[in-house]
Ligand binder design. Structure first.
Ligand SMILES: [Zn+2]
Length: 411
C-alpha cells in the first residue's frame, strides 16, 4: 500500500501504522508513519488534524506537511512520541468539510468551462473561505448563475467520484481539465463520472450528492483573472442559516415581509438623505446667524478684526465652517473646541492683509493668555497649551480663505 493511504480512501479516520522516523520541524516534534490517512497541506487544500496514540499517551497532530527532499508526509505533533506502532485518529468534521469543498470546486470549475469557457487557474481552501481564480477578466451575472445551476444539477445526479493512478505519458492522451507540470512518474486522477477528469491529490467524496449544495457568494476582478468565492455542503447550510436569520430580523425590525425588504430599505435611505439635507440647511443658517453675531462683537487687535471664542461641546466640523464664515466676513478667527479633546482652529481672511506674520508674533503672548482661558472653560486644561505657545508662521496667502492649523491635544 502506498504511504499516502488517503489517496484511495477518504473515509478511513482511524488506522494503525508504525512510526518509522522521529524528527523535528521548527522545534516541534514530527513523525513519519509507515502509511498515513492524514492529508498534508498541498494543492490548495489545508492539512487534516487529529491525534496519534501510543498506549495511554496521546499527541495532537497540529500540522501535516510534505518534506521537499523526499516528499515524505510528516506529522507535526504537540508532544513527542517514540518509534513503534501507533494509532492515528483524524478529525472527521474538518476532513469531511474539506472533501465537500474540494469536490464542489472540481464540479464548479468544470461548470465554468462549460457555461462561460472560463478555466480555473487557482484554488484556495481555508477555514474562512473557498475560492477559485478563473482566467477571464469579466464574468456576467448570468454566466455565474448558469455555472452555479449546472454545478447543482451535477450534485443532484449523484455521479460517482473515483480516484485512479496513471503513468504521466498515458495522461497526456486523456481529456484532463488540468495537467500539472512534470515529465515522468505517476499522476493521481480524480474522475467525476461523465463530467470532469483532472489531476488532483486531494481528498474527495465518493458521490457528488455528498457535496450537498454549491453556492457562489461573490466574484471579484483580480487583474486579468476573476476570483469566485463559493461554499459547499455544511458551509452552504451555515451561510443560508446566517442570511435567513438576518433577513428575518430585518423584516421584524421594518415590520415588512421578505419580498418588500428592498423597497422598505430604499424608502428609509431616501428619508435619511432628505433629513441630512434638511439638517445641513438648518445648520448652515444657524452658523451664519452665529457668525454675524460674533462679527458684530469682534475686537480689533493691531488693526485686525479678531473673533476669539471657545465652542463648548461643538463638533470640529462646525468650528471649521464657522471659521470660514468669519474669515469671509473679514475677521481673523481663533476658535477653541472643547470636548473629549481640546482642538483649535485658526483662520484668517485672504484679502485685506489685516493678518500678517508681524501681527502673529505680537499676538503670541495674547494667544497664551487666551489659550489658558479657553482651556479653563473646558473640562480640563489641555496640557502645555499655556506653557507652550503656538510657534507657527501664517500660511501664505491664497485665493481661498485659509484655515490655519488644528492642534489636537489629549485632555
Ligand atoms: Zn483538486
Amino acid at each position: 500500500m502506498s504511504e499516502r493511504a488517503y489517496y484511495w480512501d477518504s473515509y478511513t479516520v482511524e488506522f494503525a501504522a508504525e512510526v518509522v522516523e522521529v524528527t523535528e520541524i521548527a522545534g516541534r516534534p514530527a513523525v513519519r508513519l509507515s502509511l498515513t490517512y492524514f492529508y498534508p497541506t498541498s494543492g490548495g487544500q489545508p492539512h487534516d488534524t487529529g491525534r496519534l496514540k501510543q498506549g495511554n499517551q496521546t499527541a495532537r497532530v497540529v500540522d501535516v506537511v510534505v518534506r521537499e527532499s523526499d516528499e515524505a508526509v510528516l506529522h507535526v505533533l504537540d508532544a513527542a512520541i517514540a518509534p513503534g506502532m501507533a494509532t492515528g485518529e483524524i478529525d472527521w468534521p474538518r476532513r469531511f468539510d474539506h472533501m465537500q469543498q474540494h469536490t464542489g470546486q472540481h464540479i464548479l470549475s468544470q461548470a465554468f468551462i462549460r457555461t462561460a469557457e472560463a478555466e480555473t487557474i487557482g484554488f484556495h481552501l481555508s477555514g474562512q473561505s473557498v475560492t477559485i481564480d478563473l482566467g477571464c477578466a469579466k464574468l456576467t451575472v448570468e454566466e455565474v448563475r448558469a455555472a452555479e445551476q449546472l454545478a447543482n444539477e451535477v450534485v443532484t445526479q449523484n455521479r460517482p467520484v473515483r480516484a485512479s493512478e496513471v503513468a504521466r505519458e498515458a495522461a497526456a492522451g486523456l481529456p484532463l481539465r488540468k495537467l500539472p507540470p512534470g515529465r515522468d512518474g505517476k499522476l493521481r486522477l480524480v474522475d467525476i463520472e461523465g463530467f470532469d477528469l483532472t489531476a488532483c491529490g486531494g481528498t474527495h467524496v465518493a458521490g457528488t450528492a455528498e457535496v450537498g449544495l454549491v453556492k457562489v457568494l461573490k466574484t471579484e476582478r483580480r487583474g486579468a483573472a476573476t476570483r469566485v468565492e463559493f461554499v459547499c455542503g455544511g458551509r452552504a447550510v451555515a451561510d443560508y442559516r446566517l442570511k435567513h436569520d438576518v433577513v428575518q430580523q430585518l423584516g421584524a425590525t421594518l415590520t415588512t415581509g421578505i419580498d418588500d425588504l428592498p423597497a422598505a430599505l430604499a424608502r428609509l435611505q431616501e428619508e435619511a438623505r432628505q433629513l441630512r439635507l434638511e439638517l445641513k440647511r438648518e445648520r448652515g443658517a444657524r452658523l451664519a446667524l452665529e457668525a454675524g453675531q460674533l462679527l458684530d462683537g469682534a475686537e480689533t487687535v493691531g488693526g485686525a478684526r479678531v473673533v476669539r471664542r471657545v465652542l463648548v461641546g461643538r463638533e470640529m466640523d462646525e468650528a471649521r465652517q464657522l471659521a470660514t464664515l468669519l474669515t469671509a466676513g473679514g475677521a481673523v478667527a481663533l476658535l477653541g473646541v472643547t470636548g473629549e479633546r481640546a482642538q483649535l482652529v485658526f483662520a484668517r481672511p485672504t484679502e485685506g492683509g489685516q493678518a500678517s506674520p508681524t501681527w502673529a508674533r505680537r499676538s503670541s503672548r495674547r494667544w497664551r493668555r487666551w489659550a489658558g482661558r479657553a482651556a479653563a472653560a473646558g473640562r480640563r486644561r489641555p496640557r502645555g497649551a499655556a506653557r507652550r505657545p503656538m510657534r507657527r508662521r501664517w500660511p501664505r496667502r491664497s485665493k481661498r480663505p485659509s484655515l490655519g492649523c488644528e492642534r489636537r491635544r489629549k485632555l
